[in-house]
Ligand binder design. Structure first.
Ligand SMILES: Cc1cc2nc3c(=O)[nH]c(=O)nc-3n(C[C@H](O)[C@H](O)[C@H](O)COP(=O)(O)OP(=O)(O)OC[C@H]3O[C@@H](n4cnc5c(N)ncnc54)[C@H](O)[C@@H]3O)c2cc1C
Length: 395
């Protein structure tokens, strides 16, 4: 029996499912062109300089907000585009052409900070935070990882103790993306007993007294802002609690799914850049009297790279579809992250080989992507932890 779209929407609304907008081919083309224009005008001429200076200008967020880039998967109600995960893939591909992961993770840090607020925060908090972040006026970050470890979330040591109408936060967070710039930081802190049932998410203002932030120097994502945050008796009004008390662990797990999709998305997009850069290079680079592309060994490398990219792209698009249908499990996201990031390690390694010494010179896209493969296998859940999580869900 055929179910009409209206009926499907009604059933879905009752079940709490939100359909995302699916854009036509011409709309998709227009959206892609707008992101491309942003990249060509505001990013490509400066990205190498920003990487050397280790920072993006603050106004880039505003420009990205104006171009609709910051709200791609967020509801229209808050200024977003309400795009599907397929649209998210399109945007990521356009942003990835400069081959700098620090760009995406900086512009999209709120992709991990906003979901818990939108899913569990009060109306007042949603209306205060989401539109300002999606417009690019403010930056939001998520702080979970601590110096004692990031994988073992259940063991978080930062505390938030109730004192009248305030939480008083003490502890340390590290490796936090947008950590020194963020106007709002969703902090995972212990409000209850040991283990996962004692954790809450609390929204902390970046200007709160007692909060000190130190930028870290990193191997890759150099234009991004990765920081350590110290909380020394930071007082936060109790209405900054996101969702119910002691329910932070589940919220965090939900937002990790968004993060794992973002990382997988970046891995596939960067592999496509490595492939096209390698193909161009192989056509123009001559050794022993003929272009590299004429050598069977190089052609086979390119075919192996393309085969890996196409397979990972299909997996990514399948999970994008499942996410929109609310049918993707944490195990799916874990396997996707491991598959796409391993694929990128292979493709970027082969690209470096095809480039030879030229690939080793700092500033080329392939060099940067290769240098930044490792962080994708660690951040947002390390390869080992992803495998363990997926294995635990096998029946
Ligand atoms: C550039 C960058 C940006 C980041 N941004 C953020 C951010 O915005 N917010 C945030 O909260 N965090 C952020 N992180 C932290 C990131 O999420 C953690 O690095 C990650 O979760 C791993 O934690 P860890 O580095 O403490 O490693 P650990 O947890 O100490 O693990 C170290 C190694 O041991 C392995 N391991 C751990 N436990 C097991 C086990 N049980 N079995 C087998 N192997 C195990 C891990 O796989 C890893 O290889 C960022 C990290 C980086 C590098």
């Amino acid at each position: 029996m055929l179910v009409t779209l209206a009926r499907r929407t009604e059933l879905a609304t009752r079940a709490g499912v939100r359909f995302r907008r699916v854009f036509s081919a011409s709309e998709t083309q227009m959206l892609r062109e707008s992101v491309r224009a942003f990249v060509n005008r505001h990013v490509a001429p400066y990205i190498n300089q920003w990487e050397e200076e280790e920072g993006l200008p603050r106004e880039l967020h505003k420009r990205a907000g104006d171009a609709g880039i910051l709200g791609v998967i967020f509801p229209e109600k808050y200024g977003g585009l309400d795009g599907s995960h397929k649209t998210f893939i399109d945007f990521t591909e356009e942003l990835s052409v400069v081959g700098a992961g620090g760009l995406q993770v900086s512009l999209w840090t709120h992709n991990i900070a906003l979901p818990p607020i939108l899913a569990h925060g009060s109306e007042a908090m949603k209306n205060e935070v989401a539109p300002a972040v999606i417009k690019g006026d403010k930056i939001a970050a998520l702080a979970s990882t601590e110096p004692s470890g990031g994988s073992d979330v259940a063991n978080i040591k930062t505390t938030a103790k109730r004192d009248g109408n305030y939480f008083v936060i003490n502890g340390c967070k590290t490796l936090i993306t947008s950590g020194s710039k963020a106007d709002w930081i969703s902090v995972v802190a212990r409000t209850g007993g040991d283990g996962i049932d004692g954790l809450s998410l609390i929204l902390v203002d970046g200007t709160a007294p007692g909060l000190t932030r130190t930028k870290l120097q990193t191997m890759g994502w150099r234009c991004s802002d990765t920081a350590t945050l110290m909380f020394d008796d930071v007082r936060v009004p109790v209405d900054r609690l996101i969702g119910p008390l002691n329910k932070g662990f589940k919220m965090l797990m939900e937002t990790f799914n968004s993060e794992r999709f973002l990382i997988s998305n970046m891995a596939v997009a960067f592999a496509k850049v490595c492939l096209s850069e390698s193909l161009d290079w192989a056509k123009q680079r001559e050794t022993f009297g003929s272009p590299l592309i004429k050598r069977q060994v190089i052609r086979h490398k390119l075919v192996d790279m393309k085969t890996a990219v196409v397979a990972a792209d299909a997996f990514l698009n399948k999970i994008a579809h499942d996410l929109d249908a609310r049918a993707a499990s944490p195990a799916d996201l874990s396997m996707l992250k491991n598959h796409t990031t391993s694929m990128l390690e292979f493709v970027a390694g082969e690209a470096m080989q095809i480039f030879g010494g030229a690939g080793f010179v700092r500033g080329s896209k392939v060099e940067r992507i290769y240098r930044e493969t490792k962080v994708l296998t660690i951040g947002g859940g390390s390869r080992e932890v992803m495998k363990d999580l997926a294995a635990r869900q096998m029946h």
